[in-house]
Design a protein around this ligand. Sequence first.
Ligand SMILES: O=C(O)c1ccccc1NCC(=O)[C@H](O)[C@H](O)COP(=O)(O)O
Length: 212
Amino acid sequence: MDTAVKICGLREAAHVAAAAGAGARYVGFVFFARSPRNLALADAAALALSVPEGVAKVALTVNATDAELDAITGAVPLDMLQLHGQESPARVVEVRARYGLPVMKAVGLSDAADLATLDLYQTVADQILVDAKPPKGAELPGGNGLAFDWRLLLGRVWRRPWMLAGGLTPENVALAIRSTNARQVDVSSGVETAPGVKDATLIRAFCKAALG
Ligand SMILES: O=C(O)c1ccccc1NCC(=O)[C@H](O)[C@H](O)COP(=O)(O)O
């Protein structure tokens, strides 16, 4: 099966090169001040130039205002917006229309009740990022290296392309793909040696394990 890999939270051209060279199809840039992976606009614009053709550049934002999204999309050439906060379905529709970019909405799962939220966003977003719900009081709404119970996804019928995220690592990604039939996987913490510090060897190991 053809799997697509997204490496999220990249901050250095060497890691973009490692991801692209290992077959990743998406790279994610984080625009969230509290994150150790946060990028300044100028740095993101420079980093985007290093991304080879055919690898999608995704901007991750959290409850961003129009002014913030205007600044990001005006400075950085992008292929997709990832909304990782509490953006409503109406906001997803608005962002898609305003920027003309595909929108991937992150939905956090911790139990079966969260599946209704996922179904709702499948009606408005271009893609769904199925992630672990952050623990109460977490500093970050994502990128916490936590997995959810993959069995929640058994028997799901997807209306949109979706991506599995949350606590994936080079060690568990092959099992995660087999367990969920995910065609796309996303990782951040699992290819880091410390929060925000990516590692080229781990990036390559993740891609190898996901792509077979
Ligand atoms: O990475 C961050 O710092 C971050 C900040 C705010 C919202 C989301 C964030 N990250 C999301 C991701 O990187 C991934 O899409 C996803 O949550 C998986 O992360 P991980 O469990 O660390 O692999």
